[in-house]
Design a protein around this ligand. Sequence first.
Ligand SMILES: O=C1c2ccccc2C(=O)c2c1cc(NS(=O)(=O)c1ccccc1O)c(O)c2O
Length: 238
Amino acid sequence: VAHRVVFARHGESLWNKENRFTGWYDVGLTEKGIKEAKTAGELIRERGFQFDVAHTSVLKRAILTLNGILDTTDHHHIPVHKSYRLNERHYGGLQGLNKAETAAKHGDEQVLIWRRSFDIPPPSLEETDERHPSFDRKYSLVPKSALPSTESLKLTIDRVLPYWFDNICSHILEGKNVLVVAHGNSLRSMVKYLSGMSNEEILGYNIPTGIPFVYEFDEDLNVLNNYYLIDEEELKAK
Ligand SMILES: O=C1c2ccccc2C(=O)c2c1cc(NS(=O)(=O)c1ccccc1O)c(O)c2O
């Protein structure tokens, strides 16, 4: 094994708990989510993993989870790179809706179509909608034409992978030990590429919160294997 990258999904957020689409809405972690960040750090520390750099999104549920891991593993000193490219999938006009509200507004058939689709996006936010990222100063340095109004999983992958290639892979090939803390769909974007999963397979693959997972590579960054930092039966219980 020439290189190893540790990934973790952020802990439970307030809107995860309420089963609402969160997307780019910057919601915090629940008490449970904070504990999950601590547990993730403990699992990492038990393996004795050391890091030289961390990458995360600009959303606080990922940043706070990373902080929890940095704290538990005594890595507060390492550089942290935050990018909108590691943000969660943007759910457009669905952001903030829960299951009942979504079904009430769009009907069960439409929900089923969205659930099963790789490249059908939810309804877009209007450019004038104050929830549009272009009104958020977090994205003031991103060209407006690059900011999404909604995203399909395909569009999310197209936005995330350049960051994997241009920012994370360069650090790995410089011999740095990298930690990545991100979101369900931004992690799925990288996992789909690394595992060679099909569009259908990745739709059925959900990344559990708070359980770090590792990808190991040879010197050419070919994937050698991958595993979760938790024993199998506990994973099934999740
Ligand atoms: O409506 C969607 C949906 C809409 C647009 C893009 C992607 C998805 C999507 O990926 C999805 C959906 C619903 C549910 N289940 S649900 O219908 O029970 C549901 C609906 C609304 C909020 C949360 C829920 O759990 C899922 O498990 C999904 O993965």
